[in-house]
Design a protein around this ligand. Structure first.
Ligand code: FPP
Length: 245
């Protein structure tokens, strides 16, 4: 029996964000090049998108490439970029068939032109879909995002569009690349590392964190359902007492 049966349909996280980690170690354990781990990781991405659709998650974010990942060996960066383009190209039809809308967050202008073109095309072609929003974080880091937001707030302040009194949670949220995307209720990280690695620092203020020892290529539907079940056992207090909830 699938763990899916144990999920409470009335308490599904609206937004789940995932730090996919462990592709390299997964490949190393098999004496394969790191790239093979990334290829297998794409199969996990597809499985989790399917699983999220099945339980009606509205937003699913994958940390696919961080600002810091640019300093990996050039051949690995190139391989990841081609894998991304190839995957998007081959999946657009399926995304549309499943009513999935593609979005990106991060410094997209930093990506190679062909990747940007492919992404923009897929974003445009899926923009009318109303099911799952699939968000891919690319050339993303929270500190970059927050710096960028502060620069833009200052620019707008000079134009008289923002005053000191206007600055609150909502306004700051509107200057982040996640504008219009609700904060994640659940953040998952695979591979036994207990770090956030510069991911969605503002947005995860009240997120539940779930860590698993599984490497990303081994994280499939059942592991995802298990994470959701674990989330459903938590009491989310947002700073209040149990009695107030
Ligand atoms: C982390 O494992 C994985 C990445 C930095 C890349 C993840 C990218 C993909 C799975 C492909 C593209 C994704 C989409 C959404 C189509 P690691 O290399 O840091 O592993 P290690 O810590 O074991 O070395």
């Amino acid at each position: 029996m699938s763990k899916k049966e144990d999920i409470n349909k009335d308490n599904i996280p609206v937004h789940i964000a995932i730090i996919m980690d462990g592709n390299g170690r997964w490949a190393k354990e098999r004496d394969e090049p790191r790239f093979v781990g990334h290829q297998e990781g794409v199969i996990s991405v597809k499985a989790i998108v399917e699983a999220a659709t099945e339980i009606d998650v509205k937003y699913l974010t994958f940390y696919a490439f961080s600002t810091e990942n640019w300093s990996r060996p050039k051949e690995e960066v190139d391989a990841l970029m081609s894998l991304l383009v190839k995957t998007i190209k081959s999946e657009v039809l399926d995304l549309n068939k499943n009513n999935i809308r593609l979005l990106t967050i991060g410094n997209i202008n930093d990506l190679p032109k062909d990747v940007q073109e492919e992404l923009n095309e897929a974003i445009e072609e899926t923009s009318m879909n109303t099911g799952l929003s699939l968000v891919i974080a690319l050339s993303y880091s929270s500190r970059w995002e927050i710096q960028n937001a502060i620069q833009n707030i200052l620019k707008d302040s000079k134009k008289g569009l923002v005053t000191e009194e206007d600055i609150d949670d909502d306004l700051i949220g509107n200057y982040l690349t996640t504008k219009n995307i609700p904060d994640p209720e659940l953040l998952i990280r695979t591979s036994g590392e207990y770090r956030i690695s510069n991911f969605l620092l503002w947005q995860i203020a009240y997120s539940e964190l779930y860590f698993t020892n599984k490497y990303w290529p081994d994280f499939r539907k059942e592991e995802f359902f298990e994470a959701v079940i674990d989330y459903q056992k938590r009491e989310r207090r947002f700073g209040k007492t149990s009695e107030q909830i």
